[in-house]
Design a protein around this ligand. Structure first.
Ligand code: AP5
Ligand code: ZN
Length: 215
């Protein structure tokens, strides 16, 4: 199964990716997590990306495509893959077609901007795995610690309110056009388009995604 998770910043893509990847036994490919790994490792790419990410902007399509093309050559992608936060622009979606990176389903998680701003301030993440928590809505078993490894959770640098607002603006401008792009492909029978209401409990949204994908 080859799936794209589409949705604004903080819509719950990372949270739901955990369930989807288990169910279909496919790797989660989060371009945001890959960039944060570069930042943490202090690579040249990481240094350039950090500045852009902290401002809420988008890293260049070429850099992102280079990363994704390398990643999907790996063995664990033979069964399919789950893209989280990719593609994010029409040029990225077109570059995927050119590179023959096929897609069976697009899952759109729809959350209003006001709700997103509330979620981001309480988010905590385990950087090595990308596992995501919320201090109120989805707390870890032990405060400040990852459930699986017990390691520390951190707050993302781009979760400041001003940065979140800029990320939302960029989402509406650059990423939302993908909704039409993939809806048209769904109308042409090329893939399945599943739109879910992203407001509700984590489990309710998970169930809505699964029933959409299974129908
Ligand atoms: P990226 O890491 O992709 O960030 P994003 O799209 O802004 O999405 P987030 O990770 O912030 O949110 P999410 O939807 O995963 O939500 P989550 O599950 O964590 O990208 C970061 C940056 O990298 C970009 O700004 C850009 O600069 C760059 N970048 C990445 N990919 C790129 C690309 N393809 N092209 C160019 N640039 C790129 O949930 C959020 C919070 O809400 C959590 O605390 C969670 O616990 C909580 N929550 C989840 N579900 C619920 C619920 N149902 N109810 C209440 N709370 C909930
Ligand atoms: Zn995420």
């Amino acid at each position: 199964m080859r799936i794209i998770l589409l949705g604004g910043p903080g819509a719950g893509k990372g949270t739901q990716a955990n369930f989807i990847k288990e169910k279909y036994n496919i790797p989660q490919i989060s371009t945001g997590d890959m960039l944060r790994a570069h930042v943490k490792a202090g690579t040249e790419l990481g240094k350039a990306a950090k500045k852009i990410m902290d401002e809420g902007g988008l890293v260049s399509d070429d850099i992102i495509m280079g990363m994704v093309k390398e990643r999907i050559k790996e063995d664990d992608c033979k069964n399919g893959y789950l893209f989280d936060g990719f593609p994010r622009t029409i040029p990225q979606a077109e570059a995927m077609k050119e590179a023959n990176i096929g897609i069976d389903a697009v899952v759109e998680i729809d959350v209003p901007d006001e709700e997103i701003i509330k979620r981001m301030s309480g988010r905590r993440v385990h950087l090595p795995s990308g596992r995501t928590y919320h201090i109120v809505f989805n707390p870890p078993k032990v405060e400040g610690k990852d459930d699986v490894t017990g390691e520390d959770l951190i707050q993302r640098d781009d979760d400041q309110e001003d940065t979140v607002k800029e990320r939302l603006r960029i989402y509406h401008d650059q990423t939302e056009p993908l909704i039409d792009f993939y809806s048209r492909e769904a109308d042409a029978g090329q893939l399945k388009y599943v739109k879910v209401d992203g407001v509700g409990s984590v489990e309710e949204i998970r169930d809505a995604i699964f029933s959409g994908l299974d129908s």
